[in-house]
Ligand binder design. Sequence first.
Ligand code: SDX
Length: 393
Amino acid sequence: QTGAVTYDAGFVNTASCKSAITFIDGDEGILRYRGYPIDQLAEKASFLEVSYLLIYGELPTAAQLDEFSTRVKHHTMLHEELRRFFDGFPRDAHPMPVLSSAVSALSTFYQDALNPFDDEQVEMATVRLLAKVPTIASYAYKKSIGQPMLYPDNSLGYVANFLRMTFGVPATPYEVDPVVEKVLDMLFVLHADHEQNCSTSTVRLVGSSHANLFASVSAGVNALFGPLHGGANQAVLEMLQGIHKGDDTVESFVRKVKDKEPGVKLMGFGHRVYKNYDPRAAIVKKAAQDVMSRMNASDPLLDLAMQLEEIALADDYFVSRKLYPNVDFYTGLIYKAMGFPTKMFTVLFALGRLPGWIAQWREMIKDEDTKIGRPRQVYTGQAERTFVAMGER
Ligand code: SDX
């Protein structure tokens, strides 16, 4: 300790802010958005409905949801000059840096939506982000496969529009699969917010300097990209594919994890807060089984994932460390069954988390107690010393 500064490497026990948006009880495996349990919302509410709940604090009436949806639809197209941004990215670019770059660029196109203390401008930035991020995400994918980008079709719902822009081609009409639409909508609900996780804390920290919403969300996208955070859903698939391809047996892989071989973790397991089964993971696991059976898609990687889970949950190494599946363990398998490449998995996480980032930024900017983020440190470097001339070094 130095003076008033104390050092808590765990971080998780140091509250960085107060918030009324999401409640988590990590020991009990409880997650609620604005007081509503996640399992009820996942089963009964649409993603746009949950976005409204997170941002405005209440479930919308039918009229309120319709008005909100209309406002969002009005802004789904990108400025033509922003569409040309995608020409500049290399074909093999990962879509996450493409997403963060394009989201940051929104602040150059919409200078009427940058003032964090003008309610109308914050509303414009909110609606434009919700409307344009799915379009940007689909364009990042189209760029990577050399296909033409499709303009949004506002006769479709929010998720259906995204699916059509992602998988549709100008040559043939695209029929949205209602099963895929419903499951993806539910996965977005499960990802919509999660208290002060790494990327949300980043959005709040950047916004605490009074940076605009586009800039703050772009920073959140970059934080989410890390494999220990949102990048884990891609890393889980790569882990499963490695075992399936024969790099390891399940047993030899688990052995490597327990031996703490450098760079070897059971991806999709463990959590900073949940020391119980992540309630989202249980819902996703069931959805993965449903999707596979309804799409007649059997995937040996799903069997492998369930085998890994069974072994881990019976092994004291994981149980004693309270390591359970988190939201990322099964989601990639569903995204794969839907036809998304692994590089798009974290982009899908970002699409889901977007309303949470927006809600948390709006709450922070409105909170008069918010000060600019300025964490302190415990200094562990050299004591004072005298400068050494070049010739004497
Ligand atoms: C998300 O914060 C959020 O809310 C995030 C998120 C959200 O919705 O925003 O829930 C989304 O990011 C989920 C997490 C996705 N990441 C992964 O699945 C990557 C794999 N998991 C980890 O790297 C890890 O579990 C973390 C990063 C999630 C948590 O890391 P911690 O805080 O260091 O884990 P811990 O303190 O609980 O670790 C305790 C022990 C340690 O071993 P010992 O030093 O005690 O011997 O468990 C070990 C860790 O090494 N451990 C793991 C492990 N996770 C922790 N060992 C093997 N595999 C793992 N996955």
